[in-house]
Design a protein around this ligand. Structure first.
Ligand code: HEC
Length: 232
């Protein structure tokens, strides 16, 4: 997926496993003079293999710009949420995260408008992201997406291939109504959901630059336009 894989423990575990498999071939065998891997916890070993043993080229460029090393560094909000270690969030942390998320939210110059629901549908189902490594995607030929359907049911007849990590959004616009408040709330949730759901698993599509303002407008239309299949 995109940067959001960092939020997902399963993806992270898989990534670390792959790294270990990859790194063990040369890094572990080649540079094990002073390092006792058996003394390391799983986290320490992962840190070691990724950041110190050169088992994986962390200076490699990422498609969105920057390096793999930079992408692996958590920002302040992620660090705060990670410190909970998967446990229940307390009210002080929730307030801190909510504030961080609010500070991090920008609005379109012309106000929050709906785009084209058909384009939004494509974006909601599109898993094309920002890869790293030698076999990168051609974003000239194909746009990046949001893959909302991985976590949300959005259309009745696509339920079978939709994820359920997030709440169902079927009938979202019909139930909420097309008011200014709904538009603002929906925009803000897509842009940075932590302002309503601190330490949520939902990605920060706007704050992380994964969806442009235009794309967010299209996804909003998909959710809110009375003609969209979400509301049929
Ligand atoms: C990795 C999973 C994941 C992805 C991908 C995801 N979401 Fe979410 N979303 C959630 C979760 C989980 C919640 C509920 C918030 C919580 O409790 O953490 C949520 C909540 C929401 C809500 C608020 C629902 C309500 O009842 O008020 C909206 C709207 C929403 N998501 C839209 C989207 C859109 C649009 C996309 C794609 C651009 C998307 N989500 C992608 C996990 C995800």
């Amino acid at each position: 997926m995109d940067r959001t894989w960092r939020h997902n423990p399963a993806f992270f575990a898989l990534f670390v496993l792959l790294l270990c498999a990859f790194a063990s071939g040369h890094a572990v065998a080649g540079s094990s003079k002073n390092v006792d891997y058996t003394e390391m916890s799983a986290e320490e070993l992962a840190e070691y293999l990724i950041f110190k043993a050169n088992g994986f080229d962390t200076d490699m460029k990422t498609q969105e710009g920057g390096t793999v090393r930079a992408r692996l560094q958590q920002d302040k909000l992620q660090k705060t949420c990670s410190a909970l270690n998967g446990g229940q969030i307390d009210s002080a942390t929730a307030q801190k995260v909510t504030e961080m998320a609010r500070e991090n939210t920008a609005y379109p110059d012309g106000g929050i408008e709906l785009g084209d629901w058909e384009k939004g549908q494509t974006i909601a189902e599109n898993a094309y992201g920002y890869r790293v490594g030698h076999k990168i995607d051609d974003h000239e030929a194909r746009q990046t997406g949001g893959l909302c359907i991985n976590c949300h049911q959005m259309e009745e007849d696509k339920k079978i291939r939709s994820g359920t990590l997030g709440p169902s959004l079927i009938g979202y616009g019909e139930t909420r109504g097309l008011t200014e408040q709904t538009k603002q709330y929906t925009y803000e949730v897509i842009y940075n959901p932590h302002q309503f759901f601190p330490c949520t698993k939902m990605p920060r599509f706007g704050a992380n630059d994964f969806l442009s303002q235009d794309k967010i407008a299209h996804v909003m239309a998909y959710l809110l336009d009375p003609d969209s299949p979400v509301n049929q």
